[in-house]
Design a protein around this ligand. Sequence first.
Ligand SMILES: Cc1cc2nc3c(=O)[nH]c(=O)nc-3n(C[C@H](O)[C@H](O)[C@H](O)COP(=O)(O)O)c2cc1C
Length: 170
Amino acid sequence: MDALELMKNRYSCRKFADEPVSDDDLNAVLEAGRVAPSAINRQPWRFLVVQREDGLAKVDQASRCRYGAPVVILVCFADEESAKNEAVVPDYGWVDCSLAIMQMVLEAESRGLGTCIVGAYDPQIARELFAIPEGITPVQFVMLGHPAIGPSPRHEERRPLSDILVRESF
Ligand SMILES: Cc1cc2nc3c(=O)[nH]c(=O)nc-3n(C[C@H](O)[C@H](O)[C@H](O)COP(=O)(O)O)c2cc1C
């Protein structure tokens, strides 16, 4: 599958099958995150992987958007690392995490897995339940599993390029 086709096939999966994700698949998804680009190669990420029942129950306390996913990755960054040399290059922790997330999501898609990036969660609850220390900023959850449902109608709603494209100058 070519890259554009892969990107167009990806959608936010909001119902996952009761089927485990293999270690091979999970490791490949994490590897895709690990090799993501980051500002001045700071690699400030922390990938918190939650698979045990008690952990998944904690995710459900922090967010209503797990959708039955058997694997949850909370993508975080270490503040000190993302701020290193901040005088020269700004803190891009959120950007670095976003790029790692997107690589993970596309690797998952290429393996026939479904994902949903989830920002609707209570960071304070997540911090308490997962013992996230000061100095680590949680960014987004990635819900991961075998899809049990296709895309929502909204998946097709994309603005035409003419709406968002600016050539040469505003
Ligand atoms: C930063 C970010 C946060 C999101 N948060 C949620 C969320 O909390 N719950 C959810 O169901 N989907 C969430 N989504 C998925 C978007 O709603 C979805 O990408 C968008 O509607 C387009 O649909 P598609 O991904 O199926 O193409 C999020 C996506 C992004 C990029």
